[in-house]
Design a protein around this ligand. Sequence first.
Ligand code: C5P
Length: 219
Amino acid sequence: NHKKTLEGKTVLITAGPTYEALDPVRFIGNHSSGKMGFSLAEEASKRGAKVILISGPTSQVMNDKNVDVHKITSAKEMLTKVFEFYDTIDIGIASAAVADYAPKEVAKEKIKKNDDSLTIELIKNPDILKTMGEKKTHQFLVGFALETQNEEENAKGKLEKKNLDMIVLNSLRDEGAGFKNDTNKIKIFTKTEKKEFELKSKDDVAKDILNFVESQILK
Ligand code: C5P
């Protein structure tokens, strides 16, 4: 698909995990590969969009020189970077697996293993996508939901709560879906619609997602 169906549109995509520092050498993170976000960025760029990709630490390589890649580490850095561009974007897609909590304090020196137990206080991170939803003026916002129970209900709840236009649900119960895999199986919800897709490569899932976005913004 090389039809320039997103010509003139600016798309911002968040991708990958965030790392929340504990001390100079350690962090709290997660296994997100960043693959879904990179696939979305490449596909949106092929379709003629101006693409801004804001990614946490990942081993993904961006092959498309037209994609504007910004590497960040923590959730707070991701939030700041997103809002450098937020006013200029038409479409925002949040595929990042943002850490929900970060250590309250970052130790200046490496934490020593002196005691038999260690307690670390965690403070809730900003919800980047929810903040985008609160500040929405014209942007079309897409979120992801990775659920293990009451999945449809929870996904639709997030659509409402974060003021989104569309949410992509992937179930951890589906073999080959989500997170570390190269494949994904999704359902898409808007306030009024629901569409289910087969298990596919993340490159093909990116096409389905962008086709659906286009069907929404061009109607
Ligand atoms: O609430 P939950 O984490 O399940 O929501 C998932 C969606 O919200 C994803 O699109 C994710 O990228 C986004 N999110 C975010 N900032 C957070 C947590 C989640 O942008 N702190």
